[in-house]
Write a protein that binds this ligand. Sequence first.
Ligand SMILES: [Zn+2]
Length: 214
Amino acid sequence: MPSYIIRLLSLSPRREKPMSDALPKALGKSEGVLTQAALVNSEKVTGIPAASPGPSMPAPEPEKKVLKLKEKVPNESEKDVVGAITAKIVRGTPEFDTLVENTNEDIVFKDEEGTGADKMMSKRMDEKMNELAKLVKDEWPGKKLRVTECWDENGEHNDYSTHYEGRGADLTVSDKDGKKLGRLGQLAVDAGFDWVFYEDNVHIHVAVKRDEDE
Ligand SMILES: [Zn+2]
């Protein structure tokens, strides 16, 4: 036999006898003994076989998905996902005419400016907003989606904000309950917003790509 084969043979791992043969038998035996003893004991005390099933418990509902504070979906910069703004849209320009007014009765608009600006948004934003309004109604019957800011014509955001193109919006539930924001963020993801950011304790920020980039 060539020497390299001998070397190979001597290197091959030795087979160990698996433990799996002996162990379960030992365990099974002692478990069986324990169970029987417990059964006998319990029957003596109560007169009811210990193996009788208790009242059936309903299976716990699976936990609902929520976003964590400061979480972004997807976890990239807003600009990388939805594109930087070209310019601030100004009322009375052709760009303003591309915005649509959201008239969904299932959405509450804060409209703190009193100008209806928060109802103005890009077409894609309008679509996703209406979708989310449905999800919110199903999730919390009697509550509505609330928009605290959408299109901004007053320069209240940073210079590059998607709010200026009606492609960014700030959202809560109509009861303004901060504890619902994590779930609202996930519903916004489910509704199809391109970028969702659990920005702070008082709102979720969402953004969409420009209509021509969809
Ligand atoms: Zn915002």
